[in-house]
Design a binder for this molecule. Structure first.
Ligand SMILES: C[S@@+](CC[C@H](N)C(=O)[O-])C[C@H]1O[C@@H](n2cnc3c(N)ncnc32)[C@H](O)[C@@H]1O
Length: 277
């Protein structure tokens, strides 16, 4: 069953505002892998589960054409409004049934999205759409996050963890795929040429307001808010107040930083001439 957790217009707007594009270090890993496997120029990339398009636009400099796809109409609306380019088109469709021809894709990416897909049908679709020698990158940051601000980084990280622990009760079961570092996806990938990488990302700048917005973009926060709107608001305000108190500041625009742990599964579809008879 597909997960329809990012469908609401409000959620899509929060998402667009508070999520960030994939970091440079992740893009370097993906494009070094692609260069190792495939000669340039690259024609066509598909970013599946593209959300509001942050992860789609970063592909544009490398390809003649880029398609962003998402199951949520509201997310695609946001993407069209905020992350458009003459080389990019967007389509509302499930990851398990993509509107592209057989053997046409040089690189298929899914950033912070593959754990939501119905993995077996998605992998079948991946095998169908990739060119021989085409590559796939399924990557995400994990919920293990560190916050950095002066001498109170540990305390802030702990507060955020406590808030996440409350939200965990509202986590969709599919998040276990992410918590296991995409091991299940890696094991099921039908290409022998594959690898799984985990790494610690560099600092991402935020403000306290921005971090609270990021928190609200979590699917489990939105599930909590649907079930108990007042309790969700209270949790948000309590987290914010604890942050300001610990940081000994009053401005919500005070800058801080976060670091995230990333996982990336990469694979290359075996070119026909290399398939054993
Ligand atoms: C956490 S967001 C990631 C968005 C974007 N790639 C990014 O990095 O910011 C996950 C996205 O996957 C989409 N999604 C979930 N299940 C899907 C499916 N089966 N097919 C296509 N998209 C799906 C959701 O609608 C959501 O927009």
């Amino acid at each position: 069953m597909s997960s329809h957790l990012f469908e609401g217009k409000d959620h899509a707007a929060i998402y667009q505002k508070h999520r960030f594009p994939p970091p440079e270090e992740l893009l370097n890993i993906i494009f070094s892998y692609l260069e190792e496997k495939k000669d340039k120029p690259y024609d066509f990339a598909v970013d599946v589960g593209c959300g509001s398009g942050q992860s789609t636009l970063v592909l544009v400099p490398h390809f003649a054409r880029v398609l962003g796809t998402d199951i949520s109409e509201a997310q695609i609306q946001q993407a069209k409004q905020t992350h458009s380019s003459s080389q990019v088109s967007y389509s509302v469709c499930p990851a398990e049934s993509l509107p592209v021809e057989d053997g046409s894709v040089d690189l298929l990416t899914a950033f912070t999205a593959a754990h939501w897909f119905d993995i077996r049908p998605f992998l079948k679709e991946l095998e169908r759409v990739l060119k021989p020698g085409g590559c796939v990158s399924l990557s995400s940051y994990t919920p293990r996050m560190r916050i950095h601000y002066g001498g109170c980084s540990e305390a802030l990280t702990e507060i955020f963890k406590e808030t996440q622990a409350v939200l965990n009760k509202y986590a969709n079961e599919k998040l276990h795929v992410l918590l296991s570092g995409y091991q299940e996806i890696f094991d099921l990938l039908p290409f022998p040429d594959k690898k799984r990488i985990t790494f610690q990302g560099g600092e991402i700048s935020f403000t306290v307001t921005g971090l609270m917005g990021f928190l609200q973009s979590f699917s489990m926060f939105q599930t909590f808010k649907k079930a108990q709107p007042e309790a969700a608001e209270a949790l948000l305000h309590q987290t914010q107040a604890r942050f300001l108190e610990t940081m000994k500041v009053s401005s919500l625009e005070t800058p801080l930083a976060i670091t995230l742990e990333y996982v990336c599964v990469l694979a290359c579809k075996t070119p026909k001439e290399k398939v054993a008879p």
